[in-house]
Design a protein around this ligand. Structure first.
Ligand code: ZN
Length: 271
């Protein structure tokens, strides 16, 4: 034992001598360098970025990779699918926020993409209310809702009024995914007193790695110009690629923007 301790001391002395010869500092020197390096960063980070990942609930590709991302973000779960409940519970247990990803009819596209319990423009008022309430009941821990597709429905005042009324009753915010420029959500949410926010960018509206990386760059550029930004990515076909791109992008925003949840950015608009 004594022999070992002596060897340890000799090694430490040799290491110190070697570092001194190289002009390096020990741990104390490193700490000092870090503190002085922090000085320009003492101005508080005021930019806030919220990431939302859509389409959970159906054992989609990239589910695990997304949940492993080291930031708070918002998980949008589609109702009435095989892993809707499981994904919501998993996300909640991992400290993420859960929202209901409500399937809604688009102007273009197949009805089969919508999934079960979808809101279509041919439905009567009572059926719309029933479907929205059932979806809210289906997804545990939900604090809000956003639209899956929905370029046709989110431009329809009759339907959006019912959906937002249910959100108000269930104390949910509504995040406008902005799949159309004709959305009536902002106006109606203000009238009904439902907190809202709007998506500012899709990471993966095309599934190529090149496009997703380009969108991640655009996300950073937008944050140079604005104080808050909400952006949406997806599990499913682009899931693993998007998770990879986000994992690469997250540390690049260190000291520049803080990752928050959508509920930290929703606002009550004045009518
Ligand atoms: Zn979706």
């Amino acid at each position: 034992m004594k022999q070992k301790a002596r060897w340890g001391k000799m090694l430490a002395a040799a290491l110190a001598l070697w570092m001194a010869l190289l002009g390096l500092n020990g741990p104390a020197g490193l700490a000092a360098a870090r503190i002085s390096g922090d000085e320009p960063g003492t101005t508080p980070i005021t930019k806030k970025a919220a990431i939302v990942i859509d389409d959970f609930g159906n054992q989609m590709q990239g589910t695990q990779e997304m949940l492993d991302l080291p930031i708070p973000f918002t998980v949008a779960v589609m109702p009435f699918l095989p892993t809707s409940k499981e994904d919501a519970e998993l996300a909640h247990a991992r400290g993420k926020d859960v929202i209901i990803h409500m399937p809604m009819e688009p102007v273009k596209g197949k009805k089969s993409w919508l999934g079960p319990g979808a809101i279509t423009v041919d439905l009567p008022d009572e059926e719309i209310r029933k479907r929205v309430e059932a979806a809210v009941d289906e997804v545990p821990y939900a604090v809000g809702m956003n639209n899956h597709m929905g370029s046709k429905v989110t431009a329809d005042k009759r339907i959006m009024r019912i959906i937002l009324q249910v959100c108000k009753e269930r104390q949910l915010y509504f995040l406008d995914s902005r799949t159309t420029g004709q959305s009536v959500i902002g106006e109606l949410a203000a009238e009904l007193g439902v907190p809202t926010a709007a998506n500012g960018l899709f990471f993966d509206d095309q599934y190529t790695m090149e496009h997703i990386m380009k969108q991640a760059e655009l996300f950073k550029k937008k944050l140079d110009k604005q104080d808050t930004l909400i952006a949406i990515g997806h599990v499913g076909p682009p899931g693993k690629k998007t998770a990879f791109a986000l994992r690469k992008m997250i540390p690049q925003l260190d000291g520049k923007a803080e990752f928050v949840l959508v509920r930290d950015l929703v606002k009550m608009e004045q009518p």
